[in-house]
Design a protein around this ligand. Structure first.
Ligand code: GCO
Length: 452
C-alpha cells in the first residue's frame, strides 16, 4: 500500500496500538504565536521574510495565528480532540529579545501560562528549545556559521530549564537540524537564505554541537527524558543507473545519515565529509563525543520522499530532486507512508536499538476551505493520517519500540517560505477573524481517540 489511504478507518487503525501510546499534536512558536505581541524580539525569520521573493505571499510571523492571546482556546482544541500531549517550542527571541542577559518578563509569563494551561488540561508538554527563530543579533554575528552559537544556545538552554524544567514531560534541543543547516545555507529556502557550501558545512556541524552542548546542560540540571527531533526524507533513484544510486546514497547521507550517524554513533558519513572537504571546521572530530551523548528517545519528522536525478550542472552535489508519480499534497510532496516505516525500522535496527521512538511530526497541506455549512471537509488529510498510521501499526507487530505520534499541525499556520498559503492544520484558521474551525480530520482524530 503506497500513497493511498489505508483500507481501515483511523478508529480501527488506532486500536492496533498499545494503550500507553502517546498521541499528540505539534506546533511552533514563529508559525503560530504572533511576534507582534508580548515583547518578542527580532529573529532572522523577520529579516528573511523582508527579502524580496523569499516568501510566496510576502508575509511574516507578526500576526501568525494570534496564539499568544488565544492559547487557551487552542489548548482546549487539543484536549477536546482527545490528544494527550502537546509538542511546542520555546521562542528564543521572545525570552531574550534584546540580549542574552535581559530576560523578557512577558515572555516568561507567557510560557508559564501556556504550561500551566497544558497541565490543567492533562496534556503532557513535549518541549523543543529551537524551532528556527534565531535572534537577529546572533544572526548578525554569523548565526549557525559561528561556533559561538553553541555557547549562546547552551546559555539559553540553561535559562529555559531553570525556569520551566520541572513542568516538562520531555525536551529536545533542536527541531530538524537538516532544515537549520542544509536547507537554509545550501538551498537558501529558509532563513538566512544562503547558497554557500562553506556556510553549509559549518552550520551542519554547529547545529549538532549545539544539540550536544544543550543536552550536557540539561543533564547537569538532572532534566529527564531528553531526545532529538530529526527530519527524514526517503530517497529513491530516478533510474537504475549506478550514478543515480550513488547520488541517492549521497542525498541520504546529507539529509538523514549525517544527523543519525553523528547523534547515535559519533561520526559523520564519509561521502558527505568528502563533499564538504576543507570547509569542515577545524577540530570537528573532537566534538563528536559530546554530540553522541546518550539520549532517552529519538524523534522523527516525516512528510514525503524525493526522487534523485543525477545533474552534471549542479556544481557540488551533482544531483537534483524531482517528483515521482505518487499522489501529491498541496505542497506537491509525494505521499509515501512506507518511507516513514523505513526510517523507524532503520533507527531501531542500526542506530538506537531499544530506544523509545516517536514520530514527532507527520501531516500534509491541503487547500481547505470552510463550506456553506460552516464545515471543513479534508478527506485527503484523513486518508494521509490513515495511511501513515497503518504503516506504523505494522511496526508494532515487529517490536519496533514506537511510543508516540504527533500530528503536524494543530492549526493552519505560517508555512515558512510559503507564508499563509499552505494549510497543514487539523483546525482551520481564518486569518482575518482568527476564528478556528475544527476540520473533518480533527473530528476523525477525536472519534478515534475516544474509541481507544
Ligand atoms: C518542520 C516543521 C514545520 C513545517 C512542516 C511543514 O519541523 O518541518 O516543524 O515547521 O511547517 O514541516 O513543512
Amino acid at each position: 500500500m503506497v500513497g493511498q489511504g489505508a483500507e481501515m478507518s483511523l478508529t480501527e487503525i488506532m486500536s492496533r496500538f498499545p494503550s500507553d501510546m502517546v498521541f499528540g499534536v505539534a506546533t511552533s512558536s514563529y508559525q503560530i504565536e504572533g511576534t507582534a505581541h508580548g515583547g518578542c524580539g527580532a529573529s532572522h525569520w523577520d529579516s528573511f521574510a523582508r527579502q524580496p521573493g523569499a516568501i510566496t505571499d510576502g508575509s511574516d510571523g507578526a500576526a501568525a495565528c494570534d496564539h499568544y492571546n488565544r492559547y487557551a482556546e487552542d489548548l482546549d482544541l487539543v484536549a477536546d480532540g482527545g490528544f494527550g500531549a502537546y509538542r511546542f517550542p520555546f521562542s528564543w527571541p521572545r525570552l531574550l529579545p534584546q540580549s542574552d542577559k535581559e530576560v523578557n518578563a512577558d515572555g516568561l509569563a507567557f510560557y508559564d501560562r501556556l504550561l500551566d494551561a497544558m497541565l490543567e488540561r492533562g496534556l503532557q508538554p513535549f518541549a523543543t528549545l529551537y524551532h528556527w527563530d534565531l535572534p537577529q543579533r546572533h544572526a548578525d554575528n554569523g548565526g549557525w556559521q559561528n561556533r559561538d552559537v553553541t555557547g549562546w544556545f547552551a546559555d539559553y538552554t540553561d535559562l529555559v530549564i531553570r525556569h520551566f524544567g520541572d513542568r516538562l514531560a520531555s525536551v529536545a534541543p533542536v527541531n530538524e537540524p537538516w532544515c537549520v543547516s542544509f536547507l537554509s545555507h545550501y538551498w537558501g529556502h529558509h532563513a538566512p537564505g544562503l547558497c554557500d557550501l562553506a556556510a553549509t558545512a559549518r552550520s551542519m556541524h554547529h547545529v549538532q554541537l549545539a544539540h550536544g552542548r544543550s543536552i550536557e546542560v540539561m543533564r547537569g540540571h538532572g532534566q529527564q527524558n531528553l531526545g532529538c527531533v530529526l527530519n527524514k526524507e526517503f530517497a529513491v533513484p530516478v533510474d537504475g543507473s549506478d550514478l543515480a544510486a550513488e547520488k541517492t546514497y549521497l542525498f541520504d547521507g546529507i539529509y538523514n545519515r549525517w544527523f543519525e550517524e553523528s547523534t547515535f554513533r559519533g561520526r559523520y558519513p564519509e561521502e558527505v565529509l568528502a563533499l564538504f572537504g576543507e570547509h569542515m571546521p577545524d577540530g570537528y572530530e573532537d566534538d563528536l563525543g559530546l554530540i553522541s551523548a546518550p539520549l532517552d528517545w529519538a524523534g522523527s519528522n516525516y512528510y514525503t520522499r524525493s526522487v534523485i536525478a543525477p545533474d552534471a550542472g549542479e556544481p557540488h552535489l551533482g544531483f537534483r530532486c524531482v517528483r515521482g508519480d505518487l499522489p501529491k499534497t498541496d505542497m506537491g510532496w509525494e505521499i509515501d507512508p512506507d518511507g516513514l516505516a523505513f526510517f523507524l525500522r532503520r533507527m531501531a535496527r542500526d542506530y538506537a536499538p531499544g530506544l523509545p521512538l516517536y514520530v514527532t511530526e507527520n501531516g500534509m497541506a491541503n487547500a481547505d476551505m470552510v463550506n456553506a455549512a460552516g464545515e471543513v471537509q479534508d478527506p485527503e488529510r484523513v486518508a494521509y493520517f490513515e495511511g501513515h498510521l497503518a504503516a506504523l501499526a505494522a511496526l508494532i507487530d515487529e517490536d519496533v519500540p514506537l511510543k508516540g505520534y504527533f500530528a503536524w499541525s494543530l492549526l493552519d499556520n505560517y508555512e515558512w517560505a510559503f507564508g499563509y498559503s499552505k494549510r497543514f492544520g487539523i483546525v482551520h484558521v481564518d486569518y482575518d477573524s482568527m476564528v478556528r474551525t475544527p476540520k473533518q480530520s480533527w473530528h476523525a482524530w477525536r472519534a478515534a481517540l475516544q474509541a481507544g
